[in-house]
Design a protein around this ligand. Structure first.
Ligand code: FA5
Length: 350
């Protein structure tokens, strides 16, 4: 009975499960095709019953029922098997595989400003300097007056000041440089002195590639018997060679700061062209790196140190610009934006 629809149905079902049912999708398709309520092949078989002559209905119905039972039973078994396999694979995914390599925890690194500050501190500590600290919220007296900035003097405008309050005694401001710590240290300890002051300073400067309203300086101060400009020059030359490498030359050009006399702008050999002249140094072969000079006698007098007995030198450099030169990146803003891709490059530095 090749055309027997029950045999044909069972044959096609057995063939399909013989091919294997391994995914949930394959299983659902098989189940729908044979047992689906709307268009399933088994319900269709029972719909045929009504079309048969009454005499044949009994035997056909019995065989159709047997086929339906076989198919339902096989589908149930397949479903249970699939369920078991899915559960096993869920367990495997959830289990800890102790043979896998561990996940390396991400390590933080030092900020480039910290790296450079520590490097500068190391160099001066080795030269016998100590490290001093002072408040970022200063008063006009320490930031300007005691440093020989006369009231209303235009030199104050060169360091655009962020005023905080104007009490009667001395206006409060965010220090514009680390030089006020010179005054605090000389008043506290007198002479002799040999110290550096790393710290944060503030100016009402427009932000650009080389200016930030918050930046960092290192102040240096030496007061002792017989300190001369030659000591300043030797110290700065040794420092810049230690920081930027052997062969780095130093040049002094006279300039004005109210708290030193004479005052100088310090330049060093351009690190980009090693002195040949390039766009970075505007063809000069030199790059300006800090301000310095001999402590003004009036400043010493103001802190009760006798300028006839003691002399001193001082210098101040910007850490951020040193970082920019040392690592050769083009824009100061990179230091303050907190972009991990930039900062991670310095993670190995110490
Ligand atoms: C001073 O602040 C003096 N106190 C330095 C000094 C100390 C001179 C002791 C003599 C004796 P000046 O304003 O030039 O000087 O600033 C010093 C350094 O700070 C500059 O060379 C520069 O590297 C850095 N600097 C100045 N303004 C900014 C800024 N807006 N952003 C980043 N760095 C700056």
């Amino acid at each position: 009975m090749a055309s027997d629809p029950i045999q044909a149905l069972l044959g096609s079902f057995r063939e399909e499960i013989g091919r294997g049912v391994s995914t949930r999708g394959e299983f659902e398709r098989l189940k729908g095709r044979f047992l689906g309520r709307e268009k399933g092949l088994v319900p269709e078989l029972f719909a045929r019953l009504k079309t048969l002559p009454p005499g044949e209905r009994g035997a056909f119905g019995a065989r159709a029922n047997a086929a339906k039972t076989e198919i339902e039973e096989a589908v149930r078994r397949l479903g249970a098997e699939l369920e078991r396999r899915e559960a096993a694979s869920r367990d495997r995914a959830a289990a800890v595989d102790v043979t896998l390599p561990g996940r390396r925890p991400r390590r933080g690194g030092l900020h480039p400003i910290t790296v450079v500050r520590r490097r500068i501190e190391d160099i001066f500590l080795r030269m016998g300097y100590s490290i001093a600290d002072g408040p970022e919220l200063e008063n006009d007296f320490h930031n300007f007056e005691a440093l020989n900035f006369p009231p209303e003097h235009p030199a104050r405008d060169a360091q655009d000041t962020l005023l905080v309050d104007r009490p009667a005694a001395s206006p409060l401001l965010l220090r514009t440089h680390t030089s006020p710590v010179q005054i605090r240290e000389m008043r506290k300890h007198g002479a002799p002195l040999r110290l550096i002051v790393p710290g944060r300073v503030y100016r009402k400067d427009e932000v650009d590639a080389t200016h930030s309203p918050v930046f960092h300086q290192v102040e240096g101060l030496v007061v002792d018997h017989g300190i001369s400009m030659a000591d300043l020059k030797g110290t700065i030359a040794a420092f810049l060679e230690a920081l930027f490498g052997k062969g780095t030359k130093t040049r002094f050009i006279p300039t004005f700061f109210p708290f030193v006399e004479p005052g100088v702008d310090v330049s060093m050999t351009c690190i980009f062209c090693r002195g040949d002249g390039c766009p970075k140094c505007k063809g000069s072969g030199w790059i300006e790196i800090m301000g310095a000079g001999m402590v003004h006698p009036r400043v010493l007098q103001g802190v009760a140190i006798d300028p006839e007995e003691y002399t001193g030198f001082a210098f101040g450099l910007g850490i951020d610009r040193v970082a920019l030169l040392k690592y050769g990146f083009p824009d100061l803003r990179l230091l303050f934006e907190g972009d991990e891709r930039f900062l991670a490059q310095f993670a190995g530095e110490a």
